[in-house]
Design a protein around this ligand. Sequence first.
Ligand SMILES: O=C(O)C1=C[C@@H](OP(=O)(O)O)[C@@H](O)[C@H](O)C1
Ligand SMILES: C=C(OP(=O)(O)O)C(=O)O
Length: 433
Amino acid sequence: MSELWPAPRPLERVDRVVSLPGSKSLTNRALVLAAIADGPSVVRRPLRSRDTLLMAAALRSLGTRVDDTAADGAGDWAVTPGAWDRDADIDCGLAGTVMRFVPPVVGLATGTVAFDGDPHMRLRPVGQVLAALGALGVHVDDGGRGALPFSVRGTGSVPGGTVTIDASASSQFVSALLLAGARYEHGVDVRHVGKPVPSLPHIEMTVQMLREHGVEVDDSDANRWAVAPGPVKAVDHDIEPDLSNAAPFLALGAATGGSVTVTGWPDSTTQPGDELRAILALMGCEVTLVDGDLTVRGPERLTGVDLDLHDVGELTPAVAALCALAKSPSHLRGVAHIRGHETDRITALATELGRLGADVTEREDGLDIRPAALHGGTFHTYADHRMAHAGVILGLAVDGVLVEDIATTSKTFPDFATAWTVAVHGRTDGTPS
Ligand SMILES: O=C(O)C1=C[C@@H](OP(=O)(O)O)[C@@H](O)[C@H](O)C1
Ligand SMILES: C=C(OP(=O)(O)O)C(=O)O
C-alpha cells in the first residue's frame, strides 16, 4: 500500500489567505489552441502539474515548441507552433484532457501517433471521440476497443463536417472536437444525442476560448455546436487560479468555523468551481467576494444540502466530504458520469466515507449522506486527486485520518501536501503560527 499521510487537524481557529495555482482546464485548452494557432503566443501563469506537463509533452512530441520563459522553470510558457511531421508516442497519464483533446488535433499532423496512459486510463471512456474522428475523416486504429491504447494516423488535413455523438459520459468529448474543428476543411458541426451532457460550463469554457482566438462558433441550439473553418489566431492567455482546487481550502474555513480567503478569484469565469460560492452559502457559510478576494467563513455546524451536481461533477468529492460533517442529511445527485472519472467516484466516496463512520447510501447517480459520528482510519484515494481532497477535508474535523498516497494530488496541484499543511497550521511543521 502507498504511504499513509496523517491529515493535519487545526489546533486553533484558522484565519488564512491562500493563493492557488492555475486552472488545469484553462491551461490545457490554452496549450492546445496555442499549438494549432497561426503564430507564437504565451500562456501566462500556467498550471504546472502532471496533467498540464503531460499536455505540454504531448504537443512537444508532435513538433510544437513549449518553452519556459524563466530559467527556473517557473515562468510563463511560450508556445511556437511547428511542423507536425513525425511519428510520436503520447502518454495520457490519467488526464482526460490529454486523452480526448489531443487525438482530434493529431488528424492535422503527418505521422502515426500512438496513445496510452496509466492502467486506469484504459478504462476511461473515449470511444465516442474516436468514432467521431473516423466519421470526420481521421484514421484511427483502436483495435475495436474504443479505448486506450489506440493510434491516430494524421495525413495533414481533415475533411470534418457534421457528426453525431453521445456525450453523456463526458463533456470533454464535445470540447475535444470543437478545439480542433476550425482547422478542419469544413469545420465541425457536433450534435449530441443521448442523456444530458454533463459539465456544460466546461463546454462554455471551450467555446469562449475559441472565440477569443477569432474562431466562429454557433452554440445557439441546445445539444449542437458548430465551428466554422478558419484560422485559429494566436492569442496570449492569462490563466485564472483553479477554482475547483479551491474546494479543500474553502472547506478549511467552512468545516472549522474559521475563515479562508482565496485571492485572485475572477469576477466572471466559465470555471465550474465558481459554483462553490453558492454551494457553501447553502451549507451555512458566509461567503463574500470583494476585489478578487473570496472569503468563506464557516458556521458552527454545516447544514446538509440537496444538490444536483450534474454541471459541476468534479466538485462532488469535496462537497461529499463536507456533507459527511454536516448536522443534517444531504442528497447529492445527477453525477452518474463521475463513475468514469479518475476512479468510480461514487463507489469510492461511499466506501471511504463509510469506512470512517459516515452514514452513506450509494445511488446510481449520487450519494445520500446522513449525520453520523466519524472516527479516524485510512482513507484510500484510488490514484484520484479529488479523493485525496475529500480525505483531508474529513481530517480537519476527525482525529487520526490517514490519507493514502497524498502525492496523487500532483495531477492538478504541485506539492499540495505542503500547501495544505501551511493552510491548516500556518506553517509546515504542524505547530500553530
Ligand atoms: O473539459 C475539462 O477541462 C473538464 C471537463 C469535466 O469533465 P467531464 O465532463 O468528463 O466531467 C471535468 O470533470 C474535468 O475535470 C475537466
Ligand atoms: C475529472 C477530472 O479530470 P480529467 O480532466 O482527467 O477528466 C477531474 O479533474 O476531476
